[in-house]
Write a protein that binds this ligand. Structure first.
Ligand SMILES: NC(=O)c1ccc[n+]([C@@H]2O[C@H](COP(=O)([O-])OP(=O)(O)OC[C@H]3O[C@@H](n4cnc5c(N)ncnc54)[C@H](OP(=O)(O)O)[C@@H]3O)[C@@H](O)[C@H]2O)c1
Length: 241
């Protein structure tokens, strides 16, 4: 793992931070010295643990519950200078079985909520510096037929990343983190997805966290970029296993 960055003086809202990757992102940010707003929907116990852990090492931390499939839920925001849009749903719908409800739900959580949060964030910052990282997927720039509503929402989020990078410049930098196989889905499905990854393994969670911190606290002259942490998966597009 890279040497820890000094993130003191910053405060981040991480969505979906009560479990799995979002939680790891929040914990890495707090470990670096920044304060935290820990968003969750169902994972209250995990969010509480993240808050307690951050406070135990001297950070200010709060949790906030919001259902990001609703417009109200996606507009709530505290006083933060970093926004990490990590919450998402990932369901295996195809062209044959995608329902209008499944389509709308993915667009609402994975695309509309990051947009509304970014809009609220920019209004809060009111010209002061800030950074947004949208958590993407290698599929976003190479959309295939699997996980169709998810993939298209992430493709939209990649486009939004670039659009907002221009719209919110020069105060706010907006970048994307396009992940490959980091953690298998909670139901265990997809372990075989390591096939087709040139680097031949799943990523370590720390590698995704390092990349996130790089985009948040690294070069100030970087905006609108989409950084792949996917072992090269996007270089060999095609149907996912
Ligand atoms: N895991 C991977 O290997 C991988 C690969 C590529 C990209 N990614 C991306 O990385 C990010 C995190 O992935 P993950 O695997 O950790 O996700 P995950 O386990 O599927 O967790 C989803 C997160 O989104 C939140 N969420 C879902 N629906 C919500 C809603 N309606 N309102 C509010 N929050 C909601 C959940 O909050 P609660 O639990 O509090 O309900 C949870 O924290 C996602 O953007 C995903 O697309 C992950």
């Amino acid at each position: 793992m890279a040497p820890p960055r000094n993130l003191a003086g910053h405060a981040a809202l991480v969505t979906g931070a009560g479990r799995r990757l979002g939680r790891a992102f929040a914990e890495a940010i707090a470990a670096g010295g920044a304060d935290l707003a820990v968003h969750y929907s169902g994972s209250q116990a995990g969010a509480d643990e993240v808050v307690e852990g951050a406070r135990a090492v001297g950070r200010r931390a709060v949790s906030l519950r919001a259902d990001l499939s609703t417009i109200d839920g996606a507009s709530a925001l505290g006083e933060v200078d970093w926004l990490v849009n990590s919450a998402a749903i990932f369901e295996p719908w195809t062209i044959d079985d995608t329902t209008p409800e499944a389509w709308d739900h993915h667009q609402a959580v994975n695309l509309r909520a990051p947009f509304l949060l970014s809009q609220a964030f920019a209004r809060h910052r009111a010209g002061r510096a800030g950074a947004i990282v949208n958590v993407l997927d290698w599929r976003a720039l190479h959309p295939g037929p699997d996980h169709l509503p998810y993939t298209i929402a992430k493709a939209g989020l990649a486009a939004l990343t670039q659009s907002l990078a221009v719209a919110l410049a020069p105060a706010i930098r907006v970048n994307g983190l396009a992940l490959g196989a980091i953690l298998p889905p909670a139901d265990g499905e997809g372990r075989q997805a390591v096939r087709g990854v040139p680097l031949g393994r799943w990523a370590r969670v720390e590698e995704a966290c390092d990349a996130l911190l790089f985009l948040l606290a690294g070069p100030d002259f970087t905006t609108g970029t989409i950084l792949h942490v996917d072992g090269g998966r996007h270089l060999v597009p095609g149907k996912s296993p």
